[in-house]
Design a protein around this ligand. Structure first.
Ligand SMILES: Cc1cc2nc3c(=O)[nH]c(=O)nc-3n(C[C@H](O)[C@H](O)[C@H](O)COP(=O)(O)OP(=O)(O)OC[C@H]3O[C@@H](n4cnc5c(N)ncnc54)[C@H](O)[C@@H]3O)c2cc1C
Length: 431
């Protein structure tokens, strides 16, 4: 395991350092939407897992509202859950493997999908802001081992700081004598909060600087003063654990500041001098992950669309299949159209992110916005097509509709995505 861990982490570090292959923009293949054999193989592999392991377990874990550890372990056994898997998906320089994997897994079930992929938000923060040593140390610990899988949590939101991350009140104060950071505050709605081994916490090191005074900290497993608060009872993705996290004089070694103190001091000095800061800890993490989150929403939408298509071809009323009515057939045509359109935006955003393009028009936000809204709309249409059956828990589209709704809320609400896009296209500080 240790050897695998080192190899996986090295692969991630190599990719971060730009050693992973040629840049798609310089001498890469000309435009194509045809998946490579590798991408097709990954898609089939994850689809098989989603179909045979995830989907049969979906209803049970939704009702139990508990983390499906046995399913996470099955995912770890086949290499889908773990840093080697993530490194393999990330290694695809077109950027498409990650959204493909997410779409297939969430096609199986979104609650279980989130309990498997919730860890990746913390991993993305470590990957985006950590030093190579921090990547090597913490990313493997986020996943644990096949025998004993672990999860990780990314804690930015607070009771009074959701869309407005600049309002974060959690503080991190440096104790120079001990070379430790002391964190105090309350985090809200953290996926895997409290049950995670590794928590990544966004805290303010200088409240006067708003979000430019934020930094990200790793809270190692078992650290005193980091406790789970109330577990949230939710509308959807109920197999995924969501809870408050309390930080009460929580002391972590100086080395747990992602990126290191020197880099933080330089950044804060630049900000205090009125120069632009290059990074805003929480926002960076959100922006990088938006197309992948959109792919999850597409997986839910596609599942509901496929189910309702088959249903419409079977169900008879007035002596004919209900799909023979244009009202139903056109609804299904629009559902397919919207899903495919959303996927194209997701793939564009994922490709842009992976190949280092500038998101001049907030294309990452566009992808997440469109996919989230399509998922809510398509799953609602699916319920309509199933009629009374669609409204019951005997049929999966009811659960899919509940699951879809989170995609217009977390990782930036639809309104916030529109704000980001409108600012990007206008260059104005739209309020
Ligand atoms: C299941 C679940 C899992 C989550 N997982 C995590 C996690 O792992 N880590 C984490 O840090 N957070 C997580 N969150 C928190 C999530 O990111 C926030 O709920 C989200 O950012 C919205 O914040 P809020 O709930 O405070 O809503 P608010 O910010 O209070 O927004 C309320 C409404 O006002 C609108 N609004 C706010 N500001 C504006 C504006 N300027 N213009 C127009 N409209 C506006 C919003 O769009 C929304 O409709 C999770 C939440 C849920 C429900």
């Amino acid at each position: 395991m240790a050897t695998d861990a080192a190899a996986g982490a090295e692969a991630i570090v190599a990719q971060a350092a730009g050693n992973g292959g040629s840049d798609a923009t310089s001498g890469g293949p000309s435009f194509t939407l045809e998946l490579t054999q590798d991408q097709k193989d990954i898609k089939d592999w994850v689809h098989g897992f989603a179909e045979n392991v995830v989907r049969p377990a979906a209803s049970e874990w939704d009702e139990r509202e508990e983390t499906p550890w046995p399913v996470i372990q099955e995912a770890a056994k086949i290499g889908l859950y773990g840093f080697e898997g993530l490194a393999q998906f990330w290694a695809d320089e077109t950027g498409l493997s990650l959204p493909i994997v997410n779409e297939e897994l969430f096609w199986g079930d979104a609650g279980i999908g989130m309990s498997i992929f919730g860890t990746s938000l913390a991993v993305a923060a470590i990957f985006g802001q950590g030093t190579p040593e921090q990547l090597g140390e913490w990313i493997p610990q986020c996943f644990g081992s096949v025998e004993e899988p672990k999860v990780a949590a990314f804690c930015a939101s607070e009771p009074d700081a959701g869309s407005d991350v600049s309002a974060i009140r959690t503080t991190a104060k440096y104790d120079e004598a001990k070379d430790e950071w002391v964190l105090n505050g309350q985090k809200a709605w953290a996926t895997n909060g409290g049950i995670a081994d590794v928590h990544v916490v966004i805290a303010s090191v200088d409240r006067e600087l708003g979000s430019r005074g934020h930094a990200a900290f790793v809270i190692p497993p078992g650290t005193e003063g980091c406790e789970q608060g109330t577990k949230v009872k939710k509308h959807g993705i109920r197999a995924s654990h969501t809870a408050d996290v309390h930080l009460d004089d929580c002391r972590v070694p100086g080395a747990c500041l992602l990126g290191g103190k020197e880099k933080l001091d330089e950044r804060l000095a630049r900000v205090r001098e009125g120069k632009k800061s290059k990074s805003q800890a929480a926002m960076q993490t959100f922006e990088a992950s938006r197309p992948t989150v959109g792919a999850q929403a597409i997986g839910i939408a596609r599942a509901a669309y496929e189910y309702s298509l088959e249903y419409a071809k079977e169900r008879e009323q007035f002596g004919r299949k209900i799909i023979e009515n244009q009202a139903i057939a056109f609804a299904l045509a629009d559902m397919k159209l919207e899903i495919d359109a959303a996927r194209l935006l997701v793939w564009r955003g994922a490709w842009m992110g992976r190949s280092g393009q500038t998101f001049e028009n907030a294309e990452g936000s566009m992808a997440k916005l469109k996919a989230g809204e399509v998922a809510v709309w398509v799953t609602e249409r699916a319920i309509q097509i199933l009629g009374g059956n669609g409204y019951t828990r005997e049929f999966p589209v009811e659960r899919m509709h509940r699951d879809a709704k989170i995609y217009t809320i977390f990782e930036g609400t639809s309104e916030i995505q529109r704000l980001v896009i409108s600012r990007a296209i206008s260059g104005l500080q739209i309020k």
